[in-house]
Design a protein around this ligand. Sequence first.
Ligand SMILES: [Zn+2]
Length: 500
Amino acid sequence: MPCQRSFLGRNLLAATAIAALGSATLPSWAASQSAPGVRDVDHDDNIAETLAPPLVDVSNASPQSALHVGPGESETDFTLGNGVRVRFLPAVDCGWVGVIASYDVGFIDDPRGRPQLAHLAEHLRVTGASGGQEANVRLAHLNRIGSANAETQPHFTYYDYLVPSGELELALRTEAQRLGELHLTQADIEREGPRAAGEASGLAVASPQHLHKFALMAAVQAWRWNETHSNIVTGLGKTPLNIAVDFIDQHYRPDTLTVYIAGDFDQTRTRAMLDATLGLVEEADEPYVARVEDWSGASRDLRMTWDLPATVAMASATPPTNVRHRAIVATSLMVRLHMERLKIAVVDLPLGTSRLWPAGVLPLFVAGTTKPEVDPLEAIAALSRLLVFEAEDVTTAHLAMARQLSILPAQSLAPERVSADARRLAKMRGISESRAIGMVVLQAALNEAQRASMNSLSEPADGEEWLRTLVKFGQTSESGTVVISPRILSENQARQEPRE
Ligand SMILES: [Zn+2]
């Protein structure tokens, strides 16, 4: 059964309202596995195996590199020579290191007619042969000594590692090998394609109210490419190898990578490890062509089909161009969904753009799986109303919650805070406190990766500015709708309608 990532992707700042509102997380590749990222075993029960020797003896590596700090950089925030960006988030004496390797590619970058390609690419990078090791071997080892996993978000894809402090070099080396020495075969696609597809088809049966990720994937095909049908599952395992390899080559490069390292590590030694692993990956030949964030397609009324047995209705709007206004509107929409979604009977728990799926990088949208007895047009009408703010919608309660959510602080890694969060998590999930500490630091790294793109304010807004912005949004934004309904072909029919 597919499972949402039950830990990563949810903000651990449980005390804050953002966690209470839930987050727009994706099921991870692990959904088809036994969720190694959340295996609740105490690391101490496992004996770390010795792998191939490290690329260099880091104790001999020059510590000089840590002193080289470029303009606008610091010793905890810097860029390697080949363009890899690095953030250090130290937490003393906790014994664990969490690493998030975050790339500027997500499923909104799926090419025309290839929804799920970014997700498939994620699976291939995690499981494929690299650094001279066969498929899945390194992954299994990492999951014995800690955890390793990955997740495709709309606008970025991250690869996470949680390792005991002494194994940090292995995590960095693994990511470097995935970046520079990945060897894929058609057999990898035949193995991972059905897994990635199975996450969607399993969800459609077990938990259709959580299909918004795949609905967004399909809607992107319509908004961006005018597609009228989207194969989320059909044929994914038959994706030609060159298509997958070209996609990975195009998007996975040192200059699209930011590495967040949180926890218990020596900064000087880690800088040397980075230089000797990720820092050695060759720079890309061509400048990176960033995606065009043009969501004018989201202001049309679109009807499309997909190969999943559920109907999803979506109301969308072009986001404000001003970043401050985007933060205000996106936060208000999130609060409104939280306050009003239970009153909407026509869809199952609509979820929309939250700050984890930032407006601007995406259109503003609200999506919900329609109940079988409900006309999708009725659902569309209810969802569309949520995107229009009237003065009376902005109640004191709305404003209070929205203003609290509009500024996002970094997660504190002060020792007492880490211990308190870990105790709470250990209790909640019935895991050891040691393991929970690891998960807390890994979550801090992920939060930083997410914060980098979230809509948040640097300066608070007063009620008057808030209201003015929402009213202006109502007057100037262009809205649209998408209804995605099932059109399920047999394998034979699908074969006669090949993808491009
Ligand atoms: Zn997956």
